[in-house]
Design a protein around this ligand. Structure first.
Ligand SMILES: Cc1ncc(COP(=O)(O)O)c(C=O)c1O
Length: 326
């Protein structure tokens, strides 16, 4: 596989600016990278991945893209926008609540609004399954892809969150936008891994620590990120190979589980909205910002720090409809 020519979807570079109020409160220099403002498909980190995934879809001759995830997936929303733009059908096999260990009683997000509503506007073809494990979801995706091929469709499968080597390449490029700023650390929400592996390679060899805040409780994700990063390194190619131990994945801020807003995240969301007029999302970026606040307060980070805002704000409305937002 080679790297396709970028399809411009996002307004890049996204803004990078100082958070004066937060910096005053924490006694350090806090900046924010505004990938909530990509200007594409309601914003968020997935647009960068799609700039390389979509040309690959088109080069493959596919007429149908299929992916899977939660109903409130930010990736599916942006994928739906990109597919609609290039005239390719977008099929999404989803669950309200995919889980790994135990099914949380409380979802916290409503299934019909937020990203789901935007996906309807974009013409996404949903296949909604009852809640179950990630493996059940992956099996259902494979079955649906087989059925579509049997109907004569030319199908391109994209894994959860667009986390392929091409998706990670989008974030390798993104890292260039902050390399010169010489941050002591960059903090962001980490889940399917292409944001993390792209930034890890893109900032390798600089003094910037790459600190992912996990939004899923699965401890093996550092291995998965390393494998994804190695696929990226082979694709480019890059001379280095990062190991699982090179990935800093912090599980302290996941809360009750994937897809469930946390108390600390809600407090962080309200704080940033009121202090700086910037909204986070309850599932990813609010947990990451809660991590930044906690690490700043207990001295784990200091100096000049960048919070990478990965977007996801439509989920706020799904949360409000479920009666959970104040
Ligand atoms: C808003 C938001 N932030 C962060 C992430 C994590 O990005 P990645 O899947 O590349 O780890 C996601 C992806 O699910 C997301 O939707």
């Amino acid at each position: 596989m080679s790297i396709p020519i970028r399809k411009p979807l996002c307004l890049l570079p996204t803004p990078l600016h100082r958070l004066d109020g937060v910096s005053d409160d924490l006694g350090m220099d806090v900046w924010i990278k505004r990938d909530d403002l990509t200007g594409f498909g309601f914003g968020g980190n997935k647009g960068r991945k799609l700039e390389y995934l979509i040309p690959d879809v088109l080069a493959s001759g596919a007429d149908t893209v299929i992916t899977c995830g939660s109903i409130q997936s930010n990736f599916i929303r942006q994928l739906g926008a990109a597919c609609a733009m290039v005239g390719v059908a977008c099929v999404a096999v989803v669950m309200d609540k995919p889980y790994e260990f135990e099914l949380p009683v409380e979802n916290g997000l409503r299934a019909e609004s937020g990203n789901r509503l935007l996906g309807d506007i974009l013409g996404i073809q949903w296949e909604v399954l009852p809640n179950g494990t990630w493996d059940t979801l992956f099996d259902a995706l494979a079955d649906r892809a087989t059925a579509l091929r049997a109907e004569g469709k030319v199908v391109y499968e994209i894994p959860v969150g667009g986390s392929t080597a091409l998706g990670a390449y989008g974030f390798l490029q993104a890292a260039i936008e902050i390399r010169e700023a010489a941050f002591d650390a960059v903090v962001f929400a980490s889940s399917s891994g292409s944001t993390h592996s792209g930034l890890a390679y893109g900032l390798h060899g600089t003094s910037t620590r790459v600190l992912g805040i996990a939004c899923d409780p699965e401890p093996e994700i550092a291995e998965e990120f390393a494998a994804l990063g190695q696929a990226l390194a082979e694709l480019v190619p890059l001379p280095i190979r990062l190991q699982p131990s090179d990935y800093s994945v912090d599980f302290r801020f996941v809360g009750a589980g994937y897809g469930i807003p946390s108390e600390a995240g809600q407090a962080a969301l309200e704080y940033l909205a009121q202090r700086e007029g910037i909204f986070l999302d309850p599932i990813y970026s609010a947990k990451a910002f809660a991590g930044l606040l906690e690490m700043a307060r207990n001295g784990e980070i200091g100096g000049k720090v960048c919070f990478w805002h990965t977007g996801g704000t439509p989920a706020i409305f799904a949360q409000a409809d479920a009666g959970h937002a104040r």
